[in-house]
Ligand binder design. Structure first.
Ligand code: Q0Z
Length: 314
């Protein structure tokens, strides 16, 4: 079993700030009635187990990537981002009423999509072409909603089940938005040699009833990133970010049960370099520039670009 997260491993940014929720590697704090603080730690999970060794700056890479995508997708969909904090790992966000459905988009057949296809020839009710190979690109991206099961794992559900949870109209809207955001992201990443095989979005409603993109967007923790240069359908693909960790953990004969192994210095360094490489390829921003001023990924750093200064506005 993955460990039960009870207390935040990331200390609260301020003793006045209430801890709201923990994920495996992130924490949420309440800033006030309207605003949350999402803090991404440097923890890494592999085969669903959080390892005892951290990857320095991993939380900053993921926070910066989400910020980059929020800034670049706001013409498709408003989002929750208010500010990136100077620490580079903390996002101030509008507090929303979240939908109880996770919006997964798959451009390639991997993970549970591949497993469902092998068993049934379909995934989430999409009839797929016969004879597809593991990791093969789909004819077009598909929307495969999921929901948090009691096991803590996400469980794929049909579109009909998802419509029961959020309403058919809302489901249709988040499907359209999810596919549009994924297509933008996948095209941008492909131009930099990274295949964005699939990704998971979360949406919420703001106080005015608008649908808003929230949480993290197109990061390696919410997506599969594959290096395009060794892509080959018919087998599982190397992970852009976690492959050194997986290979090392397996070479030790680890049984993938808690607790996971400590990582060696060179595996830590190699893995950190892969996260930073993904950040730099996708954002086009040197990671050192991000560390100096996280707002550079928002396209309104020192130079600024006018507007209200709020990234997530419609
Ligand atoms: C996101 C999650 C994390 C644990 C709640 N803008 C928002 N308004 C209200 N709720 C959320 C958000 Cl992003 C929200 N999650 C997922 C994120 C740690 C769980 F950093 N849960």
């Amino acid at each position: 079993m993955p460990e039960a997260v009870q207390t935040p491993a990331t200390p609260p940014p301020d003793p006045q700030v209430r801890h709201v929720a923990s994920g495996k590697v992130r924490e949420i704090f309440e800033l006030d009635a309207e605003r949350l603080l999402l803090v991404a730690s440097d923890r890494i999970s592999v085969f669903d187990v959080v390892l005892p060794t951290e990857i320095p700056d991993k939380g900053r890479v993921l926070t910066g990537l989400s910020g980059f995508w929020f800034a670049r997708t706001r013409s498709i969909c408003p989002n929750h981002l208010l500010e990136l904090r100077p620490d580079g790992r903390s996002t101030e966000a509008r507090r929303l009423t979240m939908l109880p459905v996770e919006c997964v988009v798959r451009g390639y057949l991997a993970g549970s999509g591949w497993k469902d296809y092998l068993r049934t020839g379909t995934t989430s009710g999409h009839a797929l072409p016969p004879g597809m190979l593991e990791s093969q690109r789909l004819p077009a991206p598909i929307f495969t909603p999921s929901t948090k099961a009691r096991t803590g794992h996400d469980e794929n559900i049909s579109k009909a089940q998802a419509a029961d949870l959020v309403g058919a109209d809302v489901l249709e809207r988040v499907e359209r938005l999810s596919i549009a955001v994924y297509e933008l992201g996948a095209e941008h990443a492909a131009a930099q040699g990274i295949i964005l095989a699939d990704t998971k979005f979360e949406f919420g409603f703001d106080g005015e009833g608008r649908l808003v993109l929230a949480d993290e967007v197109m990061t390696p923790d919410s997506s599969r990133f594959w290096p395009a240069d060794d892509y080959e359908p018919g087998r599982p693909q190397a992970s852009f970010d976690k492959q050194y960790v997986r290979d090392y953990a397996e070479s030790l004969g680890w049984d993938k049960a808690y607790p996971g192994p400590e990582l060696s210095e060179d595996v830590v360094a190699g893995t950190r370099a892969r996260y930073v490489e993904a950040f730099e390829r996708i954002t086009g921003v040197p990671f050192t520039a991000y560390l100096a001023d996280p707002a550079v990924v928002l396209g309104r750093g020192r130079a600024g670009q006018g507007g209200s200064g709020l990234v997530g506005e419609a």
